[in-house]
Design a protein around this ligand. Structure first.
Ligand code: SF4
Length: 348
């Protein structure tokens, strides 16, 4: 751990912003797909990480569990190794400048661009009456990034379109209000290795809503009970039938949790019908349990002291707000608003 310095303000390091929705407990898909990467990025970037609860309400959601899921997600991130002495971690709605900047940026965002977003086209089909929040989701995402004038945003292939919109909005706003000077940097993508972790059903991406996940905090017994019935190569009807590991999700999970010698052994024993699928899953379960044990221990300790998590989030929000309020003050100024009276302005 670094000595507490000034997270969110590490001079000389490019700044990264990234957010995650408060879906509750993290699962191995989130961990392998994003959070492991965040933990590593802390060594080379000035990192700003956010639990994006304002994004979560643009789809149908359970308002009675939103607060608990938000705290749970923050707990999971801390347990995975997000270090508050090195990075900012906070909840999006605790920094109201996200919503304010979104409104201001709405005025330079072409509606046609929003309607062209692939995610909007997909998600809007699930609604009889499409909420405006769903359409404007990418503007909030743009505000999240520009508020901190982030240089880089880690994105998967499915988000490059949103980031391109953020760059376009930054260009338009700069042209209109900053004499093209580049007040807002155009955030560059940091393309991360696409780790598409399939769910235990072997049918779709691992997702809490599909109930095909293994939670990072699952107990050893829960992990085993979930792995036992997981889908494997259908060609392996009996123990004597040879299989093809390449079409089996269990084999792919071994690649993330088992050492190279075991991965080779799995492939060989699968092709040669040298063992049954349950044997194969047992080895995976043991390796997975071992890998996740330290995260689980840290999370259980943090769950015992929710006030500690709240304190970290409060500190994170206060530090984020110092940056965000300065950005919004300057944006308001350049857009010609009457300055806020004393006492209404956010104290810095
Ligand atoms: S032996 Fe392992 S890799 Fe092969 S089909 Fe069964 S679970 Fe999958």
């Amino acid at each position: 751990m670094l000595a507490p310095a000034d997270p969110g303000n590490l001079p000389g390091m490019p700044r990264i912003f990234s957010g995650i929705q408060p879906s509750g407990e993290l699962h191995i898909g989130n961990w392998l797909g994003a959070v492991q990467n965040w933990v590593n990025l802390q060594h080379s970037y000035d990192c700003i990480f956010c639990v994006v609860d304002l994004h979560a309400i643009t789809s149908k959601y359970d308002h009675t569990t939103l607060a608990a899921r938000t705290r749970e997600m923050a707990t999971g991130l801390l347990a995975c190794g997000i270090d508050p002495a090195r990075s900012l971690l906070f909840v999006q709605s605790h920094v109201p400048e996200h919503s304010e900047l979104q409104w201001l940026l709405n005025t330079v965002t072409p509606i046609g661009e929003l309607e062209r977003m692939t995610q909007f086209k997909d998600k809007s089909q699930r609604f009889e009456s499409v909420p405006a929040g769903l359409l404007n989701y990418p503007v909030l995402m743009t505000a999240d990034i520009l508020l901190y004038r982030a240089d880089v945003v880690p994105v998967g292939e499915d988000q490059t379109q949103h980031l391109e919109l953020a760059r376009e909005v930054a260009r338009r706003w700069n042209a209109e209000f900053a004499d093209g000077e580049g007040f807002f940097p155009e955030p560059a993508p940091l393309l991360t290795e696409a780790k598409r972790i399939m769910g235990l059903d072997g049918q779709a991406k691992m997702s809490k809503s599909l109930n095909n996940t293994i939670g990072l905090l699952d107990s050893p017994e829960e992990i085993w009970q979930k792995l036992r019935p997981a889908k494997t190569d259908p060609a392996r009807v009996t123990r004597k039938d040879p299989g093809n590991p390449e079409v089996c999700n269990i084999y792919h999970l071994h690649k993330y949790f088992s050492p190279p010698a075991t991965i080779a052994e799995v492939a060989e024993k699968c092709r040669g019908a040298g063992w049954g699928c349950l044997d194969c899953k047992r080895v995976l379960a043991d390796n997975m349990i071992r890998a996740l044990a330290p995260i689980r221990e840290r999370a259980l300790a943090l769950q015992e002291q929710p006030e500690r998590v709240d304190e970290i989030l409060a500190d994170g929000a206060a530090a984020a707000r110092r940056i965000a309020s300065e950005t919004v003050r300057e944006v308001r100024d350049r857009m010609g608003f009457l300055p806020r009276p004393r006492g209404v302005a956010v104290p810095s």
